[in-house]
Design a protein around this ligand. Structure first.
Ligand code: IPM
Ligand code: MG
Length: 369
């Protein structure tokens, strides 16, 4: 029997209802595979603010430290839009990332064959697409100082954020990207704006240096971020692994997500460094947001979160058999034409969030019977 400590932070909006579908899979694993997760649940984002007056309490942060892995839903919503900046739901997420030092954010954009027509791009452009975006997650303009809004002597206001990277931060994220590329298509595109930003110049130089000293067998290309956005919709299959900073990674991964048909399909893993015990902190979450406009309607797509759970099985727990099974089951129910409304198309069968979860369990039963 395997027991892993899992912290679930369902968050806001559609977070709780999609997390319910993951809970089904967790129960299934316990019943059918004898894999018991020791599940602890906590609050984050607006839900935490409403109960405790803060988007991530010290207690919940400690629980995250103690867990083998954290599974997160989504944070944010109109309801909390007018809170002061440091109390906004998003700050809970950023605090979690920063404190657990989850510097490596892996965002795979894979197009399922069943969904090629759901993409806004032509079939031949996206069919078979498999990109891995490696986004730096604990540095850059998200956390750089100085930051803030100040009032000038003229009475004007001035908003400041700072893009800043050290060589160490660049090298450790590039190392993750090269290492992953070796296990995939052996190609890395490093993305910055070295034409206008010094931090981009440094980024480019350090990535090149690491390549030349440690990964010279991996193909490396440098590309400006604006060009990358354009190339992602022009010819996305030219990419294998994309490595980039926090802000460009945020933007480019939403773009890549849409290539797959819906933001509701994209999972992510945020990983820290390996510690002395060979363990690393890890948070798994969908790339999509809390979608407050469709919350509590049982129509949200749970697949991004289910795939995030699958990434957890793979990256944190080395359970590739179970991860394969879960991913195959998702593929099969898509092949059986089941669709939530975000990926609905003519002739397909529209299902609710709940039905998607239930069908997945039936499929897992079928595949293992
Ligand atoms: C993401 C989100 C977050 C980010 C928000 C919710 C803070 O957009 O994970 O991509 O900007 O990193
Ligand atoms: Mg984002």
């Amino acid at each position: 029997m395997i027991t892993k400590k899992l912290l679930i932070l369902a968050g806001d909006g559609i977070g709780p209802e999609i997390m319910t579908q993951v809970q089904r899979v967790i129960c299934w694993m316990a019943k059918k595979r004898n894999i018991t997760f020791d599940v602890n649940e906590g609050l984050i984002g607006g839900a935490s603010y409403d109960k405790f007056g803060h988007p991530l309490t010290d207690e919940t942060l400690q629980d995250a430290f103690d867990a083998d892995a954290v599974l997160l839903g989504s944070v944010g919503g109109y309801k909390w839009d007018n809170l002061s900046f440091d109390l906004r739901p998003e700050q809970g997420l950023l605090r979690l990332r920063k404190n657990l030092e989850l510097f490596a954010n892996l965002r795979p954009a894979v197009v399922f064959d069943a969904l090629v027509d759901a993409s806004s791009l032509k079939t031949e452009i996206v069919k078979g697409l498999d990109i891995m975006i490696v986004r730096e997650l604990t540095g850059g303009i998200y956390f750089g100082k100085p930051r803030g809004i100040e009032i000038l002597s003229t009475g004007e206001r001035r908003g400041v954020n700072t893009q800043v990277y050290t060589t160490g931060e660049i090298i450790r994220i590039a190392d993750v990207a090269f290492d992953l590329a070796q296990k995939r298509g052996n190609k890395v595109h490093s993305i910055e704006k070295a034409n206008v930003m010094e931090s981009g110049v440094l980024w480019r130089e350090e990535v090149q240096k690491l390549h030349d000293t440690k990964y010279s067998a991996v193909e490396l290309y440098h590309m400006y971020a604006d060009n990358c956005a354009m190339q992602l919709v022009r010819n996305p299959k030219q990419f294998d692994v994309i490595v980039t900073d926090n802000l460009f990674g945020d933007i480019l991964s939403d773009c890549a997500a849409m290539l797959t048909g819906s933001l509701g399909m994209l999972p992510s893993a945020s990983l820290g460094s390996l510690n002395a015990k060979g363990k690393r902190h890890a948070v798994y979450e969908p790339v999509h947001g809390s979608a407050p406009d469709i919350a509590n309607k049982d129509i949200a797509n749970p697949i991004a979160t289910l795939l995030s759970f699958s990434m957890m099985l793979r990256y944190s727990f080395n359970m590739s058999v179970e991860a394969d099974l879960l991913e195959q089951s998702i593929k099969n129910i898509l092949d059986a034409d089941l669709r939530t409304s975000d990926i609905m198309q003519l002739g397909k069968i529209k299902v609710s969030t709940t039905m998607m979860g239930e069908s997945l369990i039936s499929e897992m039963n079928k595949l293992t019977s």
